[in-house]
Structures are given as C-alpha cells and as structure tokens.
Write a new protein. Structure first.
Length: 75
C-alpha cells in the first residue's frame, strides 16, 4: 500500500496512522533514517525495556543462574 505525505518547509512529514499502528511507533519514539537505492528508509529503534525477555525461549532461569555461578567461579 502506498501513502503520499507532504514535507514541510522544516523537512518534517507525518507517518500515516495506519503505518504507525502496524509498526508500533508512538509519540517520542526514535527512528533510524537511512538512504537506500530505493529511497529513504525509516527504522524504529527498539527501547531496551522492550527487549526484556525476547530470548526467554532459549533458556530458563535456573540454567542461567547456574551459568552465572559457573562464570563467577572461573573469575
């Protein structure tokens, strides 16, 4: 789906609400801007608190505690 937006004289534009909702972009979020061969790419930057638990399917709390204890003993 294509959207057409205007650029203001200050270089600002509005991301359509449908895309903001789809991508979870909220007021105050930061986006990385990159020039590509096809144009401009905006990528949402994940906040640290949004990353909490994303790898939880790869281990469990007890395994992690054991690994931390093992590493402390080596240190």
């Amino acid at each position: 789906m294509e959207n057409i937006v205007k650029v203001t004289r200050r270089g600002q534009t509005t991301i359509p609400a449908e895309l903001r909702e789809k991508l979870g972009i909220k007021e105050g979020d930061e986006l990385m801007v990159e020039a590509t061969e096809k144009g401009i790419l905006f990528k949402p930057i994940r906040k640290l608190e949004d990353c909490a638990g994303i790898y939880s399917k790869y281990g469990n709390v007890e395994e992690i505690k054991k690994e931390i204890d093992r590493l402390r003993e080596e240190y």
